[in-house]
Design a protein around this ligand. Structure first.
Ligand SMILES: Cc1ncc(C[n+]2csc(CCOP(=O)(O)OP(=O)(O)O)c2C)c(N)n1
Ligand code: SF4
Ligand SMILES: [Mg+2]
Length: 285
């Protein structure tokens, strides 16, 4: 069951179908165990997810800081499923530096990028994914530079799972969410999202007309081919899994990490009693 907390999104906001898909995975299909899952966010419209997914464990942090918080949670207890909900501003602008290094470390977290191509919460300024020449109230001459395409960027950094979906394809979106969550290692799912208030050009119909699925014969183990496919939106914005490979997650490579016992469990078994205190106050040598 979703939290009773009032949803403050605009009517028609693309966050509604995303929330419905996560609700189905969590509460109906039981694909996610809420006792063993932590949902993490920064600031923005997308970042309201932890409020709505209560009673699942959640952490809403500062703008752009969803990745450091998710990383800390995963390192403290790598047995938890950690899922991050972040906007194109939160993840790629304020939080861009964190994303680079989380990919490099291959932290085993799942990252849902809600890409509405604007800063929704702060009323429609351009974000890193806003297309060139789009006019906003701030960029009133139109955006002057090229948008950032997060999937080729993540692939170039060595990501082990990268996929794209759209709120215009709810069945596909849920399938991609499951694949991203199941992947062992850092996984990025770019969700093309509508924002009827500040991105009026890209409606559900626009996405239906301008997206297409990756062909079934695409080799998801070929990084260079994946970069080429994800970069080319000249005909259609492609949806599906671009790349997937077995990488070793950070928690299984770092020397202080034990795959069988999490740091939280270790700290519970360490007993700091009277003898240890006496030794500390009166060192024997
Ligand atoms: C450090 C900091 N800088 C700026 C802001 C203002 N701010 C709040 S949300 C936001 C952008 C949100 O855009 P996005 O991440 O794309 O999320 P959306 O609202 O579109 O889902 C900004 C700039 C802030 N809260 N904190
Ligand atoms: S401004 Fe856009 S992203 Fe924010 S709630 Fe409204 S429609 Fe959704
Ligand atoms: Mg946004």
């Amino acid at each position: 069951m979703l939290a009773k907390e009032k949803r403050t999104w605009c009517p028609g906001c693309g966050n509604f179908p995303i929330l419905m898909a996560v609700d189905e995975l969590m509460n109906r299909e039981k694909f996610l165990d809420i006792r063993n899952t932590v949902v993490v966010s920064g600031i923005g419209q997308a970042a309201k997810f932890p409020h709505h997914l209560s009673p699942c464990n959640g952490f809403a942090g500062l703008h752009g800081r969803s990745i450091p918080n998710a990383t800390g949670i995963k390192i403290a207890n790598h047995k938890l499923e950690v899922i991050l909900f972040s906007g194109d501003g939160d993840l790629l602008a304020e939080g861009g530096n964190h994303m680079i290094h989380a990919i490099r470390r291959n932290i085993n977290i799942t990252c849902f990028l809600h890409d509405n191509q604007v800063y929704g919460l702060t009323k429609g300024q351009a974000s890193p994914t806003t297309w060139k020449n789009k006019k906003t109230k701030i960029q009133y001459h139109g955006v002057q530079y090229q948008p950032l395409n997060p999937i080729p960027m993540a692939l170039a950094l060595g990501i082990t799972f990268a996929a794209r979906t759209s709120v215009s394809e709810p069945g596909h979106m849920k399938e991609m969410m499951k694949a991203a969550i199941s992947h062992r290692g850092f996984s990025l799912l770019q969700i093309m999202q509508t924002c009827p208030s500040y991105n009026r050009e890209r409606t559900i119909k626009w996405y239906r007309d301008h997206t297409g699925f990756i062909q079934e014969n695409h080799n998801t183990g070929n990084r260079m081919q994946a970069i080429r496919l994800a970069s080319d939106d000249s005909e259609k914005i492609l949806l599906g899994i671009f790349y997937e490979s077995e990488g070793t997650p950070y928690e299984l490579t770092h020397p202080v990490m034990d795959p069988d016992v999490s740091l939280v469990e270790k700290s519970r078994t360490f007993h700091f009693g009277k003898d240890q205190l006496t030794e500390l106050l009166n060192p024997s040598d």
